[in-house]
Design a protein around this ligand. Structure first.
Ligand SMILES: [Ca+2]
Ligand SMILES: [Ca+2]
Length: 114
C-alpha cells in the first residue's frame, strides 16, 4: 500500500511538472478524456491509460457520486479508487486534489442537470 502511494505521489509530481505551463487554478477539464502513463521501475513507460476527468469512481459517468467520492477522499475517509480515480480527481491538472477540484466536478454535474 505504501509503495503504491509513493508511486502515485511520484506520478503526480511528474504530472504537475508536465502540466505546469498550461494549467491554471480554475481551468476545469471535467468531461474531457485524457491519459496517464504507467511506468516500469526503470523509468520507461509500459502503458498509457485513458481516463475521464472528474470520473473519480471510474464508472464512465460524471455525476453526484464522483463528488461524494472526492469529498470522502478530501476528508481523509476514503482512498481514491486506484490510479484512474487519482488522476480523474485532479480536474484542473495542477497536480493537487482539493476543494477546487470538488467545485469543478460539482459545477459540471449541476450544468448537466439543467
Ligand atoms: Ca463516475
Ligand atoms: Ca487539482
Amino acid at each position: 500500500m505504501k509503495a503504491k502511494r509513493l508511486v502515485s505521489a511520484v506520478l503526480a509530481t511528474a504530472m504537475a511538472f508536465s502540466c505546469a505551463v498550461s494549467a491554471s487554478a480554475n481551468d476545469s477539464r471535467v468531461g474531457e478524456w485524457l491519459s496517464y502513463n504507467i511506468y516500469h521501475q526503470n523509468g520507461l513507460i509500459i502503458a498509457t491509460k485513458p481516463y475521464l476527468v472528474g470520473d473519480t469512481n471510474r464508472d464512465g459517468k460524471i455525476n453526484v457520486t464522483d463528488v461524494t467520492v472526492l469529498a470522502a477522499y478530501l476528508n481523509g475517509k476514503k482512498c481514491l479508487p486506484g490510479d484512474y480515480g487519482f488522476y480523474a480527481a485532479d480536474t484542473n491538472l495542477d497536480g493537487k486534489r482539493n476543494i477546487t477540484d470538488l467545485e469543478n466536478i460539482a459545477a459540471y454535474v449541476k450544468g448537466q442537470k439543467k
